[in-house]
Design a protein around this ligand. Structure first.
Ligand code: COA
Length: 183
């Protein structure tokens, strides 16, 4: 299949098959305001390690962002959000993929009430699977102080590529080359 066909990133709603140590989740690409507002609630429950906006996002900001930026970016596949539900159909977290210089820059967030139960790993596994299908290298920018996230990405195969100063703190860049992964 060609890169063009793969990059179309069209139908995206899945139940993720995982080892039994990882909880079962289903996920769907955010394509409506209602889902975008659920993402806002999850994100505002704990945003201390975000790399871009490190403040709560207001309702108005999220609505404006959804209509003026997200819808267009999602259609163009340059930025997309996936909302994750657990087996009781509760929203537990989200993952984001941004296309940057042919790579997919990813981030994930689990609602504070749901952390430490394996959902972060489940979300990361799903984003890796998307990167593998689209044959794109994955990039994660993580604060050096975010030990939990660093441990999680390293366990899933990410390797440290560089560190730079951002907003007065060390920001690590981790890579995962999905083409070296087994089917
Ligand atoms: C990072 C984050 C996504 C992890 O989600 P989570 O659901 O809590 O993580 P999991 O339960 O799947 O655990 C993943 C790994 O994190 C580490 N971890 C989990 N709970 C931990 C804790 N209480 N203390 C330290 N490390 C912990 C472990 O290495 C764990 O892997 P293991 O179970 O194989 O040892 C979540 O903490 C989060 O949303 N943080 C804020 C946003 C963020 O930092 N995003 C990443 C930016 S790139």
């Amino acid at each position: 299949m060609s890169r063009i066909a793969l990059s179309a990133c069209a139908s995206e709603s899945f139940v993720l098959e995982q080892p039994s140590s990882v909880p079962k989740v289903s996920y769907a690409r955010v394509n409506g305001l209602r889902q975008a507002l659920v993402v806002r609630a999850l994100r505002n429950s704990g945003y201390e390690y975000m790399t871009n906006h490190r403040n709560p996002i207001s309702l108005l900001q999220q609505i404006r962002w959804y209509f003026t930026q997200y819808r267009h970016a999602s259609r163009a596949c340059s930025y997309r959000l996936y909302l994750f539900h657990n087996d009781q159909n509760l929203p537990v977290g989200y993952g984001a993929l941004q296309l940057r210089e042919e790579r997919l820059c990813l981030t994930e967030c689990v609602g504070t009430l749901h952390r430490g139960r394996g959902y972060g790993k489940a979300i990361l596994a799903a984003l890796i699977e998307i990167g593998r299908r689209e044959e794109r290298e994955l990039v994660a920018e993580i604060w050096a102080s975010n030990e939990r996230s660093i441990r999680m990405h390293r366990r899933m195969g990410f390797v440290l590529s560089s560190t730079r100063q951002h907003a007065g703190q060390d920001l690590h860049t981790y890579f995962l080359n999905v083409s070296s992964m087994h089917e």
